[in-house]
Design a protein around this ligand. Structure first.
Ligand code: NAX
Length: 333
């Protein structure tokens, strides 16, 4: 018997990440080739004309799984009965805008969306925040959706993970799928810590430590970390627009793994509510290595972090505490 369609919302649906993401979702890359879908598309009123064009294109894709599309500028309609939410839409950083101004504009958006999720979404909705500052936006969104478990709010660091795995694969000269368990710790910002010290590379029929495969610890602690931290800026410099195709792919990877789980012994990185593991501050959305089973993530425990790692974890944790304080000041003002 055919499954009932699930409702999935994408916000920022007229934007560039959504343009790639909607196609991936609608053709079955995220929720599987047997799962019919109803897509809810949220954007702001001035974008409704553009959104109409996106709806036309989705229709013209003639995708068998896509049962209907609900374009709207009303969060109540957008979040009604959704089982999964991709919160991509956010206020972009404009010239002359301070980090504080950006945070302030976005905190307000994610407060409204949290409240709408709380009232209208399914109680087990899985929420992925892509819009920046993604970690703090996810924290605020969760705060305004108290009837939904905090574990259901996550922030995307999968693009950073994918970038890190691609760097290792290129260095060792193996296909990217041969690289596993590279971790992104902390904030999705330039303070993130891409860490290959627990990673593995599948070579000659077995998994070997990424450090041995690379054979260059200096590179792993310098050029590798910096390349991943600054990759977003490098794409903007080259393309004159921010990462979109790769961001959409990462959002799909994140949600697919959350629904389907991770294979034994493998983990992925997600921004999740921190319980203080690995010395991270509690109650911020911090990117950790997680394994996933039955739709629930768990922070991978027992990895040994050296002094170098501890120092970088500390820097990114401090930044998240600062963002949280700024965000709360905006809300409570
Ligand atoms: P675009 O500017 O192309 O699209 C954003 C869309 O969001 C626009 O159509 C805008 O009208 C809409 N929007 C704004 N406020 C909204 C609201 N209150 N409700 C619904 N929609 C709203 O940006 P795009 O390139 O698609 O990037 C979207 C977000 O992803 C940005 O915040 C960006 O910084 C962030 N990114 C996050 C990444 C991550 O790894 N976490 C990587 C890629 C990307 O930079």
């Amino acid at each position: 018997m055919e499954s009932e369609p699930i409702r999935v919302v994408v916000t920022g649906a007229a934007g560039q990440i959504a343009y790639s993401l909607l196609y991936m979702i609608a053709k079955g890359d995220v929720f599987g080739s047997e799962q019919p879908l109803i897509l809810h598309l949220l954007d702001i009123p001035p974008m409704m004309g553009v959104l109409e064009g996106v709806v036309m294109e989705l229709s013209d894709c003639a995708l068998p799984l896509l049962r209907s599309v609900v374009p709207t500028d009303d969060p109540v309609v957008a979040f009604k009965d959704v089982a999964a939410a991709f919160l991509v839409g956010a206020m972009p950083r404009k010239q002359g805008m301070e980090r504080k101004d950006l945070l302030s504009a976005n905190v307000k958006i994610f407060k409204v969306q949290g409240e709408a999720l709380d009232k209208h979404a399914k109680k087990d909705v899985k929420v992925l925040v892509v819009g920046n500052p993604a970690n703090t936006n996810a924290l605020i969104c969760s705060r305004y959706a108290p009837s939904i478990p905090k574990e259901n709010f996550t922030a995307m660091t999968r693009l950073d993970q994918n970038r890190a795995q691609a760097q290792i694969a290129a260095k060792v000269n193996v296909p990217v799928a041969s690289v596993s368990n590279v971790i992104i710790w902390g904030n999705h910002s330039s303070t993130q810590f891409p860490d290959a010290s627990h990673g593995t590379v599948h070579m000659a029929g077995k998994d070997i430590p990424a450090r041995d495969a690379v054979g260059d610890d200096v590179w792993l602690r310098t050029a590798f970390v910096e390349t991943v931290q600054k990759r977003g800026a490098a794409v903007i410099n080259a393309r004159k627009m921010s990462s979109a195709m790769s961001a959409a792919k990462a959002a799909g990877d994140h949600m697919r793994d959350w629904f389907n789980g991770t294979p034994p012994g493998k983990f992925v990185s997600m921004g999740v509510i921190s319980d203080g593991s690995y010395g991270a501050p509690k109650d911020v959305v911090f990117s950790f290595p997680v394994s996933i089973k039955n739709g629930k993530w768990e922070i991978v425990q027992g990895l040994v972090t050296d002094d170098f790692a501890k120092e970088l974890l500390d820097v990114t944790g401090k930044e998240l505490l600062e963002e949280r304080a700024e965000a709360i000041a905006v809300i409570e003002a």
